[in-house]
Design a protein around this ligand. Structure first.
Ligand code: PMP
Length: 320
């Protein structure tokens, strides 16, 4: 395969097939994970970056002098910076301080700037800061992934169809983490249109509010919400799984050690939830999930240091 533009490398990622029982799940069932970390910017958000920049250009919302501003945990910033390279666009990403240094270094490597907001102010603080910068900076463009309709669209147009076609429609459940909610909503909308029987399972870390309770900090990075995503309006969600940091990181390390898959902690959380989902379904079921980003962007957070064994509590897996 010969390419001349990095954007050609976005999407069409492989699906990795697991036997559920090897992971503590139901014997006879399978879990398929879409390896989104193999996108060129290392995450599922390359798809969104491409869509946001491309559509803004098509609509005449940005020109070469425009400064693009966006609040992000990092991956959307990398995706947008990558998509903007050929146009030489200036970009500023507003990132809460807690998010990984590696993602910030990658954003700078792609030529974009970073503005930090305090960790305690959460993603909402980054959104407010981005809005105020957009008011100050002339000819700026603030797509706001948390509210932009292109966010779920990026996934209902590409990721949903890829998954459905690769599995020839044989899908019982779709399981995915929720940050902005764009990936989950986009894929779920597409899959539900093909087959209303597919179960939709949203995944959040402890400290996220989808299952109630108040927002608090967590170590799993990239998922977790402080408010219900507006993309969830009108969407049927069958189950919301709340995964502890401990469990999410165990699965993340297990994926590295047993399968050679170097993915981030939101992938471990998605796998933990997929294993739980396997127990809700008959043997022989097919569950599809996403591994949103790569693990090497979290090395400074020591994500691979700690137990990787899934067997816990006297021989019972902690997955159900
Ligand atoms: N995992 C990781 C690592 C992410 O960076 C993100 C996006 N913040 C997600 C999952 C969730 O994606 P979405 O924003 O579409 O809900």
């Amino acid at each position: 395969m010969i390419v001349t533009d990095v954007k050609e490398l976005i999407g069409n990622t492989p699906l990795f097939a697991f036997d559920a029982d090897a992971l503590g799940g139901k014997p006879g069932s399978r879990i398929f994970a879409k390896l989104e970390y193999l996108n060129p910017g290392g995450s599922v958000k390359d798809r969104l970056g491409l869509q946001l920049i491309h559509q803004a250009i098509l609509r005449g919302e940005i020109d070469r002098q425009t400064t693009i501003i966006e609040p992000t945990a990092g991956n959307t910033g990398i995706g947008m910076a990558l998509a903007g390279i050929e146009h030489g666009l200036s970009m500023i990403f507003v990132i809460p301080e807690k998010f990984s240094l590696e993602k910030q270094q990658l954003i700078r490597a792609l030529g974009a700037q970073i503005v930090h907001t305090p960790t305690v102010d959460g993603i909402q603080g980054a959104i407010e800061k981005a809005k105020s910068l957009a008011k100050e900076i002339p000819n700026s463009y603030l797509p706001l992934q948390f509210h932009h309709a292109e966010n779920p669209l990026a996934y209902s147009k590409t990721l949903g169809p890829e998954i459905y076609q690769e599995l020839h429609g044989n899908i019982d459940s779709f399981v995915a983490g929720v940050g902005s909610g764009g990936t989950f909503a986009g894929v779920a909308t597409y899959l539900a249109k093909q087959n209303a029987q597919i179960r939709m399972v949203a995944v959040e870390p402890e400290g996220s509010i989808l299952n109630g309770g108040s927002a608090h900090g967590h170590e799993i990075e990239g998922i977790g919400v402080e408010f219900i995503p507006q993309f969830f309006d009108g969407l049927t969600i069958d189950t919301i799984d709340t995964i502890s940091d401990e469990e999410g990181f165990r699965y993340t390390r297990h994926l590295a050690k047993q399968y050679g898959l170097l993915v981030g902690s939101s992938s471990g959380a998605a796998l933990a939830a997929s294993v739980k989902e396997s127990w809700r379904l008959p043997s022989g079921s097919k569950i599809v999930t996403l591994f949103p980003d790569s693990g090497d962007r979290y090395l400074s957070k020591k994500i691979y240091e700690g137990p990787s064994d899934l067997i816990d509590n006297g021989g019972k897996t902690d997955a159900f």
